[in-house]
Design a protein around this ligand. Structure first.
Ligand code: NAD
Length: 260
């Protein structure tokens, strides 16, 4: 379905981003990975995606909290792949702390990575999409783009910001064949959530098992985690012709969390 197209997926060396990259590769899309991690593991991921799906796979190690690094990554995608037809702004981080104690450096980092990086990739990537008359921008937002939880001030602020950016870009791209949507997952069991379980246990003074049962899955009426593969399937759907008229949408995939 996506043969000949290129997708840049930020934060795709782990968790949800890796699942989205894998799913889009299965659609025949060339893939540019980004994110941190063990270089041997990243090489192995590149090789396995390329071999299994007969696609080209590139990688950028850009630290997306740094604007020049984002600019270099976008230049690399342009020169090696002719630009990104599909841009998935997925890289993100979390920090859990009461607002009055929230470390200022963590606030700045989370706003830079979870919100500003998406502005920079979009401002640099959108002109190429407009020129081609086709583009898909997908943000991995969160249920926290729609509702809040205590102790997550920076994350919730950044994800609500992503919701506004998504709607604005959707309007600007609408007559140019570009669509911009946000997937809003509930809890997915990834390394990001593992760290959060540990931090929440400390912040609330309870055990990690209690955090999973009484905090995390308490928010999700199905009492089940969303899977990263389900997010990958949703991203592939948003790139399909069936989704051509979905634009500026914030799409929950959260087991009913935000229905409450
Ligand atoms: P993860 O920790 O498994 O993966 C995060 C990815 O981002 C990794 O590839 C990491 O290397 C990369 N990354 C981190 N800092 C970076 C930086 N400065 N520059 C470039 N890359 C960087 O996390 P995940 O759970 O897969 O989260 C992916 C996205 O999904 C995030 O935006 C997160 O907010 C969102 N999300 C996650 C959940 C969940 O429950 N896991 C729920 C809703 C939304």
């Amino acid at each position: 379905m996506l043969k000949g197209k290129t997708a840049l997926i930020t934060g795709s060396t782990s968790g949800i981003g890796k699942a989205i990259a894998t799913r889009l590769a299965a659609e025949g899309c060339n893939i540019v990975l980004n994110g941190f991690g063990d270089s041997g593991e990243i090489d192995a991921l590149k090789r396995s995606l390329a071999a299994e799906h007969s696609v080209m796979v590139g990688y950028s190690s850009a630290d997306l909290t740094r604007v020049p690094a984002i600019e270099n990554m976008m230049s690399y995608v342009q020169s090696e792949f002719g630009g990104a037809d599909i841009l998935v702004n997925n890289a993100g981080m979390q920090h859990v702390s009461p607002v009055e104690d929230f470390p200022v450096d963590k606030w700045n980092l989370i706003i830079a990575l979870n919100l500003s990086a998406a502005f920079h990739t979009i401002r640099l990537g959108l002109p190429g999409m407009k020129e081609k008359g086709w583009g898909r921008i997908i943000q991995t937002a969160s249920a926290h783009a729609l509702v809040a939880s205590p102790y997550k001030a920076a994350y919730v602020a950044a994800k609500h910001g992503i919701a506004g950016l998504t709607k604005t870009v959707a309007l600007e791209g609408a007559t140019h064949g570009v669509r911009c949507n946000a997937i809003c997952p509930g809890y997915v069991h990834t390394p990001l959530v593992d760290a959060q379980i540990t931090d929440t246990a400390k912040a609330r003074g309870i055990s990690e098992d209690e955090v999973v049962k009484n905090v995390i899955l308490a928010a999700q009426p199905t009492k089940e985690f969303v899977t990263a593969e389900q997010i990958g399937d949703m991203a592939a759907f948003l790139c399909s012709p069936a989704a051509d008229q979905i634009n500026g949408a914030l799409l929950p995939i959260d087991g009913g969390w935000t229905a409450q």
